[in-house]
Write a protein that binds this ligand. Structure first.
Ligand code: ADE
Length: 249
């Protein structure tokens, strides 16, 4: 899968993405993360890409032409109709479901704004998805793009060592993840729950599910409700005693 970021700060993306799991995934050729500097498409002799907003107001606005030329250049490079995601607090809130949907794409282009935003006219022409990573305002779209790349890339097959771990973790089926423990079995007088040392896989699975349910109910009642809607508890009806046939005679 190929991620491509149009940004004024390519170094930020390169440095943020080339370590740990993403770095290894790139080395293995499972993903690519490319960057293109919007400033390279400036038509101004001082390489400026921003100007004052029409109508006045604080800050500067990124101009339409360099952004347009940059995105079109990347689209051509990728050779196809890649989705163009614009990072903005006004967008749809990013979620695990959205990550799963986007992980099916072959190419994704992230457009990162800075200052007071980007000229609306170019957004209308190039953007396919407006995405926010939460209800707070950051100084630019680079951190949101990195957050999204991280969440999407780990869903690409073989990026995670253990391919079941993406299935059993937080938000799978609207449940938070159960608690995890590792050696030593006793630490600061706290013992690892005995069931985890039992080797009884069915009991361990049941305990973990209980823990997930409990945590979700306590910390994310909104998710708990969704989970319970999809998995209503099975209520076992008491069987009625068969009537004695002789009574009907
Ligand atoms: N740019 C600035 N703030 C943002 C946010 N919360 N999400 C996405 N892009 C942004």
């Amino acid at each position: 899968m190929n991620f491509h970021v149009c940004t004024l700060f390519p170094e930020m993306i390169k440095q943020g993405c080339n370590t740990s799991i993403l770095g290894r995934a790139m080395e293995k050729g499972l993903i690519t993360i490319g960057t293109t500097d919007i400033r390279d498409f400036s038509t101004n002799k001082h390489m400026k890409v921003d100007d004052y907003p029409y109508g006045g107001g604080a800050g500067m606005v990124m101009q339409a032409e360099p952004v347009y030329a940059c995105v079109e250049h990347v689209k051509k490079q990728l050779g196809g109709n890649a989705r163009v995601l614009y990072m903005t607090p006004q967008g749809r809130t990013f979620s695990q479901d959205m990550a799963q949907e986007l992980a099916k794409e072959e190419n994704l282009i992230f457009l990162c704004g800075h200052y007071e935003g980007i000229d609306e006219r170019v957004l209308e022409e190039v953007v396919t998805d407006y995405v926010s990573i939460g209800d707070y305002v950051l100084t630019g779209g680079e951190l949101p793009a990195m957050v999204m790349i991280d969440a999407i890339a780990r869903l690409v097959p073989d990026v995670l060592h253990n391919d079941v771990s993406a299935d059993i973790e937080t938000f799978y089926d609207n449940l938070l993840e159960y608690p995890q423990y590792s050696r030593p079995a006793v630490w600061h007088d706290k013992e690892v729950p005995a069931v985890l040392l039992s080797g009884h896989h069915k009991n361990i699975e049941a305990w973990r599910y209980e823990q997930s349910l409990e945590r979700t109910k306590r910390w994310r009642p909104d998710l708990y409700e969704k989970h319970m809607e999809a998995h209503p508890p099975v209520i076992k009806k008491k069987r009625k005693k068969k009537k004695n046939n002789s009574e009907n005679k």
